[in-house]
Design a protein around this ligand. Sequence first.
Ligand code: AMP
Length: 398
Amino acid sequence: MSTPLIDLQFENEKVLMRVDFNVPLNAAFEITDDSRMRAAVPSIQHILNTGGSVIIMSHLGRPKNGPNDEFSLRHIVQHLSDLLHVPVDFASDCIGEEAIGKAGELKSGSVLVLENLRFYPEETAGDIEFASKLAALGTFYVNDAFGTAHRAHASTSVIAQFFPGKKSFGMLMAAEIINAEKVMKSPQRPLTAIVGGAKVSDKILIVENLLNVADNIIIGGGMAYTFFKAQGGHIGSSLCEMDRLETCLEIMQKAKEKEVKIYLPADSIMADAFKADANTQNVPSNEIAENWMGLDIGNAAVLEFREVLLNSKTILWNGPMGVFEMPAFENGTKLVAQAVADATAAGAFSLIGGGDSAAAVYKFGFDQQVTYISTGGGALLEYFEGKVLPGIAAINQA
Ligand code: AMP
């Protein structure tokens, strides 16, 4: 990996920093969750404190037809200034005269935010000319936007070629990579992956790739029922992808060949409707009654999964065990979160992989009891699918 940002000094450097300030805004354009902004603060402050200036590049939302005030990054400028305790300037176009002028005059210790990159379709198209115009604004490139690391966009990947020997990961992105590598490249064994959520089709590439590294794979959530169906079980009206039955059998077969243990939930909480106040019963997962559906893992499954987790040294978790948004079906996810926390307390490394699993860990109050919660979403999933992320590759290339 390139030299960590924390070990670099930025005297007289104008650092073009790609961040993920794609924060949620309410109707009054107030930020309703600033965690993505706060995550970038340590990197920005390190650059400012060591004599550099920072030019912030980001996207916000999905503007379709060029500039649109609804998606303007001017809405976040004051808040960034409050977080950093320095004035923050704003250029109302990410390239062109105003940006060139303001970047040129930027003094060390100062911050400039460029307008939303995605007002130009060239950004997501990975246009090299657009990337070169952005590159001309700075002398050093930092990428701290892990959430878009799986995209070969102008500002996340293409731009890096203009900064040979003068580019680095931001601290957030470096932490994401180091923690993901602890699972995929140098895991302490046994390594147990917990994969859940709604669909087999969304998680299939991850499970296939995990077969190459994991010792145990726990499969829960809606996707488990396609596995039970494939093995001849009765799953009532549980979630099922009929076109994936063969895939499930292939995974079970490959796991056997590679001596990876796959754990499916022995029992389930079945419900007579997809409703918080439905009637429920704890039954074997392959004996779900007609017109009933499995909406959570059952008590025996929780105990078995807990045992596996407590014997693990590395844990990766992606996807809930049931419909944890409804209290009647939250127990499996909550108790698996508890088991991950207990395993962590006993010395295991645990990585919570973004999205719904992160939401669940926060919801049930275990966020301080796991090793690392990724901010990564799609980028993390692609990493675990074994793909090379363009945002990482671009920094690692000379
Ligand atoms: P994913 O985005 O694929 O990780 O799926 C997360 C969603 O799967 C959550 O909203 C859960 O409510 C849902 N889910 C988990 N288990 C089940 C299940 N047994 N039946 C239906 N939906 C489920």
